[in-house]
Design a protein around this ligand. Structure first.
Ligand code: PGA
Length: 267
């Protein structure tokens, strides 16, 4: 069985001023300095990226943007390019978050362009997908995920490196306190991995990390991580407090890296 390095990302959304982000970055850096066998990423707001990246340089925490525009530069007021993110110290970028899709008109087509732009600039995209509550209730979860994956990754080719991360985030679980059950998460992750295998081959499907996102907290992360296709978490609210987020980091470290022969250790 393939062993995938667990990955946890904190999406700070539109929270924290520059000085608050700097404070959180310092605290997180010292709290998780000893964490091993886990990859960690935080995504501050654009205005805090450079400062946070300077603090986290050389640490075990990577920095990512929360969005990008697919063009290199130009008359696109309010937008930011992949090169600008890289220049600010980012190695990752969140793309297609449901809040972007819901409130800012992002579509599978724009998500696709953004993923290509990120990959062209050697930024690792966190490709977010997930069904709404009504889509789940009407039995359309898998068809929604199928379309999001096919359209979002249209034209993608696997070059031997799984330099893309998928985040399954059921919209009804984001910021609501309602987490998907571990069975619901596993079922969706397994479906996504199967689809990725059909589209891009077994090597890619078994190497790609699929994160769960939606009200992940210290008291539910272990159950989720015990599922074979859950490789980590994309965390919103619980990533804002460095103490809580570092707890999650250590919980994940203890869980999933050798999930084929070593179930979660107790924390
Ligand atoms: P939440 O957000 O953890 O606050 O539910 C998750 C996300 O939006 O990625």
């Amino acid at each position: 069985m393939n062993r995938r390095m667990p990955l946890i990302a904190g999406n700070w959304k539109m929270h924290k001023t520059g000085s608050q982000a700097v404070e959180a970055a310092h605290e997180l850096k010292s709290r998780i300095a000893s964490a091993q066998n886990v990859e960690v990423m935080v995504a501050p707001t654009f205005t805090a990226l450079f400062q946070v990246a300077q603090i986290l340089k050389g640490s075990n925490i990577a920095v990512g943007g929360q969005n990008l525009h697919w063009e290199h530069q130009g008359a696109y007021t309010g937008e930011i390019s992949a090169e600008m993110l890289t220049d600010a110290g980012c190695s990752h970028v969140i793309i297609g978050h449901s809040e972007r899709r819901q409130y800012f008109g992002e579509t599978d087509e724009t998500v696709n362009k953004k993923i290509k732009a990120a990959l062209n600039s050697h930024l690792i995209p966190f490709f977010c997908i997930g069904e709404s509550e009504s889509e789940r209730e009407s039995g359309n979860t898998f068809s929604v995920l199928d379309k999001q994956v096919r359209d979002g990754l249209n034209g993608f080719t696997f070059d031997g490196q799984a330099n893309l991360v998928v985040a399954y985030e059921p919209v009804w679980a984001i910021g609501t306190g309602k987490t998907a059950s571990r069975e619901q998460a596993q079922e969706a992750h397994q479906f996504i991995r199967g689809l990725l295998e059909n589209l891009f081959g077994k090597a890619f499907a078994s190497a790609v990390r699929i994160l769960y996102g939606g009200s992940v907290k210290p008291d539910n992360v272990k159950a989720l991580m015990e599922m074979p296709d859950v490789d980590g978490a994309l965390v919103g609210g619980a990533s804002l407090d460095p103490e809580t987020f570092s707890k999650l980091v250590f919980l994940i470290t203890n869980c999933s890296n050798f999930k084929d022969d070593n179930p979660c250790q107790s924390f």
